[in-house]
Every structure is written in structure tokens, then in C-alpha cells.
Design a protein around this ligand. Structure first.
Ligand SMILES: [Zn+2]
Length: 89
């Protein structure tokens, strides 16, 4: 009997054949959610759903101010309002 956390039916399973010929269930790692924009809460572009192991290998956010924090549309609106109101970001 697997431990209680692995009895959930939401986790992904895969049936694999062992070298000895048995069929066993392998539990696949969960994928994390993608980061969202801090203002409009839309998922940020360029971030695929990755497992924790894949995230450890690294993902580079967009190389612009607020890259990986705000989406491009919100940053555009923020910069425009800052220029109009003469307000430093
Ligand atoms: Zn946004």
C-alpha cells in the first residue's frame, strides 16, 4: 500500500515493465504552475509547466525591467503612465 500522499487520484501514473518482466506503477513528478503577472494575473509567456527538477536546471526570465514579474502589456502601461505623470518607477 503506497503512503497516503501517493494514494491521491490526481497524481499522474505510468505503467512500466521492469527488467524482470513485472509491470509496476511509476508515479510521475508533479508539474508546478506557471508564474503569473503581478497586476493582471495572466500567466507569463515563456514559462512552460515544469517539474521541480526541470526548474532547478534553470529558466531565464525576459531580460527587461520587471521581467518575470510583470507581463509585457502591464509594463507598457506602467511605463506610459510613469512618463505622462513624470513619476520615476
Ligand atoms: Zn499583466
Amino acid at each position: 500500500m503506497p503512503r497516503p500522499a501517493l494514494r491521491s487520484r490526481t497524481i499522474k501514473r505510468k505503467i512500466v515493465r521492469t527488467p524482470g518482466g513485472r509491470l509496476v506503477i511509476r508515479i510521475l513528478p508533479k508539474k508546478h504552475n506557471v508564474p503569473k503577472c503581478a497586476l493582471c494575473k495572466k500567466p507569463l509567456q515563456g514559462y512552460p509547466k515544469m517539474t521541480a527538477k526541470e526548474e532547478r536546471r534553470g529558466h531565464r526570465p525576459p531580460q527587461r525591467p520587471y521581467g518575470g514579474y510583470l507581463c509585457h502589456a502591464c509594463l507598457k502601461a506602467l511605463l506610459k503612465s510613469a512618463v505622462r505623470n513624470n513619476y520615476p518607477i
